[in-house]
Design a binder for this molecule. Sequence first.
Ligand SMILES: C[C@](O)(CO)[C@H](O)COP(=O)(O)OP(=O)(O)OC[C@H]1O[C@@H](n2ccc(N)nc2=O)[C@H](O)[C@@H]1O
Ligand SMILES: Nc1ncnc2c1ncn2[C@@H]1O[C@H](COP(=O)(O)OP(=O)(O)OP(=O)(O)O)[C@@H](O)[C@H]1O
Length: 331
Amino acid sequence: MLTVVPRPVSVRAPAKVNLHLAVGDLRPDGYHELTTVFHALSLVDDVSVVAAETLSVSVYGDDAGIVPTDHTNLAWKAAELVAAHAGRRPAVAISIDKGIPVAGGMAGGSADAAATVVALDALWNLGLSREKIMDFAAQLGSDVPFSVAGGTAVGTGRGEKLLPVLSRNSFHWVLALAKGGLSTPAVYRELDRLRERGTPPRLGAPDELMQALASGDPARVGPLLGNDLQAAALSLEPGLRRTLRAGTEAGAIAGIVSGSGPTCAFLCASADHAVEVGAELSGAGVCRTVRVASGPVPGARVRGDGTRPDGRHPDRTATDRTSTDRDRGHH
Ligand SMILES: C[C@](O)(CO)[C@H](O)COP(=O)(O)OP(=O)(O)OC[C@H]1O[C@@H](n2ccc(N)nc2=O)[C@H](O)[C@@H]1O
Ligand SMILES: Nc1ncnc2c1ncn2[C@@H]1O[C@H](COP(=O)(O)OP(=O)(O)OP(=O)(O)O)[C@@H](O)[C@H]1O
């Protein structure tokens, strides 16, 4: 008798750091108007989907124990959304290998949602347009469209309207992962509270940063990094000041809180420099763990198991693979 073994589809999706995060006023719908520059990093989650009797989510990796595996997982929500559109039952087993810190301000849940939409499109042969995929992504969260797009991009609206940014070269980063997480809505609320009590400085337009990114020179990019949510994250987690200081003392060009935090991201001059800064920071005892990563990298993509007819690898180059696999490791 012939047994048909269902074939899984595996998708890799990146973490992000906001190189510029200007937060405008609170809108009537509870979101803030943003102007942000997203940058996708080689710290990734791998999500695979395979046909099953019922919908399930399993999570692997360091932070697995604190990620929900029920209907509150963003990947589960993504599966329900795509299945409803396709008029079918969401009968898939979703397995998530987490390399992105949880509740770290690096869009980990968003990466999983993006990966699930892209994976189900392939598994069920839906032939979804890019526009439809982006529409699903925006329904799942403000950061999810960027997790699909990857690269470097300006986000406006609540972060879901994207335009690609020209950036030359790879940039090299050290990420200081914190012991706990921070809740994104709580950090936005804290910023509103700080703004009610005074006038914390607000970032302007990211024009100069865009020019620096186009030049590819990290020494020009460093001083232009900025995050309006940083004051709020530091107010909730004052210990992050020490982490930021330790990063620059370790030789990084500049450091910022990533998105809503508490991860801190440090820009370095080269890949070797990032390894040196990472080792130094690791010894300073100011964070849970340290990772090195580079960006920009592509958004959520099906991982190929071979080569395309034109002989090129379908999802990444050999160089990408070397750096990505190294970046997944601990330092
Ligand atoms: C901090 C960032 O990561 C920066 O890219 C994002 O703005 C957060 O994006 P996200 O986690 O995908 O956020 P969502 O799931 O869409 O929203 C979670 C909550 O964050 C707050 N939120 C989010 C986006 C935004 N532009 N304004 C907000 O005030 C709202 O309280 C919202 O209820
Ligand atoms: N697939 C998922 N991975 C991680 N957390 C998830 C997932 N689905 C739901 N969650 C829940 O969402 C919360 C926020 O997790 P996430 O890792 O997405 O935060 P984040 O990276 O700070 O998000 P962002 O940068 O987009 O604001 C977690 O504490 C967890 O309870």
